[in-house]
Design a binder for this molecule. Structure first.
Ligand code: AMP
Ligand code: GLY
Length: 429
């Protein structure tokens, strides 16, 4: 069988790596892929980004299954397009992807269905947004209503920061939309109550009728150690997340995941694909939804798939057949931990073109997934913000952390940035 993975980050490298382990998969295409997938002789980078051309490619190559990594093609309707041509693809339709692509839609949806989340109001008028912030005070959270690669959220600890974020997000490009937000129609911000607690990523696979939860994980959104510095796409992750106790797990399924799946179906937008609930879990164990994503997380995918013992291709075939009730997943009991190595200047203006050396070959307990890398002849160069995700398995959080940093320290490129404390919460528990 031939499989196509859409995307070019660490998540997609991990998808491709895991799909290749299936005895039923002969060929994995990855569009566009990256330097790491180009280096693997069993993977084939495909230099196509246009979605209609990708559908033509999948049809011409007789691709059995297409898997979508990032949110942008999903929000642009890649699933609708492939399905309309009779091609098997796993992901949500464009309308269902609004759970991620529009914060305003997601918040209103949660309100309609009684799904626990932070109180909010949404604004297109800057003066009204400023007045709201003055009335409620800080800390307060300002979010752009559009895709912004994880950078459209400002957790403002002071009123000044909150006012500045509103001005940034409601400005159009010419007037200095500094965060690069892809606005939906009119620029809009969602202003929410600040939630306290510990975050976790809760990802499930949905076939339209059945729901199967994946191993839990926790991401590290801030750039610097001790959760300081700006928000990023994610600087590292581990699985499982101890904060998701069996009791919390049951509450998340009952209070968040199932109401979301049923609510979408009742509204005529049956959800298929990965549904990712970003959670804030308070001291009493009450989970609240911080955000929905309609895809796997990056970097959460890397440790999650490192722990998955079952066949990912079989899982996704069942997920596209509506037979997920036939699947039971098997997980490695060890801890998986991934450390992201990012380029100089990340997240605001990552530098490209630094040469990368010292990547150890794959080991049974360690794999270096590539993201922003490219091959220039036989030199491997940085080409994006998050460059690599060093992912390992270990018998404890401490041992996994030691092993990951051993691999990280062997890798060199100018200006490399990485956190030294991935999994600090799990280790301190
Ligand atoms: P989002 O893109 O909505 O997941 O937000 C990015 C990050 O901002 C989250 O992972 C949280 O760390 C933080 N955040 C978002 N919303 C809130 C909130 N209401 N209260 C506290 N922190 C938040
Ligand atoms: N790691 C967070 C995300 O993928 O959105």
């Amino acid at each position: 069988m031939k499989v196509l993975v859409i995307g070019g980050g660490g998540r997609e490298h991990a998808f491709a790596w895991k799909l290749l382990q299936s005895s039923r998969v002969q060929t994995v295409f990855i569009a566009p892929g990256n330097g790491g997938t180009a280096l693997d002789p069993r993977l084939h980078n495909v230099d196509i980004t246009d979605l209609a051309e990708l559908a033509q490619f999948a049809a011409a190559q007789k691709v059995t299954l297409t898997v979508v990594g990032p949110e942008t093609p999903l929000a642009a309707g890649v699933v609708d397009l492939f399905r309309s041509r009779g091609l098997r693809i796993f992901g949500p339709t464009r309308a269902a992807a609004r759970l991620e692509s529009s914060k305003d839609f997601a918040k209103a949806f949660m309100k309609r269905h009684g799904i626990p989340t932070a109180a909010y109001e949404s604004f297109t008028d800057a003066a009204a947004a400023h007045a709201h912030v003055d009335k409620h005070g800080a800390p307060i959270v300002i979010k752009a209503d559009g895709l912004a690669a994880g950078k459209g959220v400002v957790v403002a600890m002071s009123l000044d920061e909150a006012h500045q974020a509103i001005d940034w997000m409601l400005a159009d490009d010419a007037a200095g939309n500094k965060l690069g937000v892809q606005h939906n129609d009119t620029p809009r911000v969602v202003i929410e109550e600040f939630l306290e607690g510990e975050e976790a990523s809760f990802i499930v696979v949905c076939d339209g009728k059945h729901v199967l939860s994946l191993a839990t994980s926790q991401d590290h959104k801030r750039l610097l150690d001790d959760d300081k510095g700006p928000n990023t796409g994610g600087m590292g992750a581990y699985s499982p997340a101890p904060v998701v106790t069996p009791n919390v797990h049951a509450r998340v399924m009952q209070e968040i995941i199932m109401p979301t799946i049923h609510g979408m179906a009742r509204e005529g937008e049956t959800f298929t694909g990965f549904l990712y609930a970003g959670l804030m879990i308070d001291a009493s164990g009450q989970p609240r939804t911080v955000e929905f994503n309609c895809r796997m997380g990056d970097p959460e995918t890397q440790p999650i798939l490192m722990r998955l013992k079952s066949d990912l291709f079989e899982l996704l075939m069942h997920a596209t057949d509506g037979t997920l009730d036939k699947v039971e997943l098997e997980w490695d009991r060890r801890i998986a931990l991934g450390v992201v190595m990012a380029a100089a200047g990340y997240p605001l203006s990552p530098r490209k073109g630094d040469e990368i050396t010292g990547i150890a070959p794959e080991a049974p307990d360690a794999m270096v997934f590539h993201a922003g890398t490219t091959l220039d002849g036989n030199r491997l160069l940085t080409s994006g913000g998050r460059v690599l995700c060093v992912t390992v398995l270990g018998d404890s959080f401490k041992l996994a952390q030691q092993r990951a940093y051993e691999v990280v320290r062997g890798i060199r490129f100018d200006g490399a940035q990485y956190r030294g404390d991935i999994a600090h919460r799990a280790i301190r528990r």
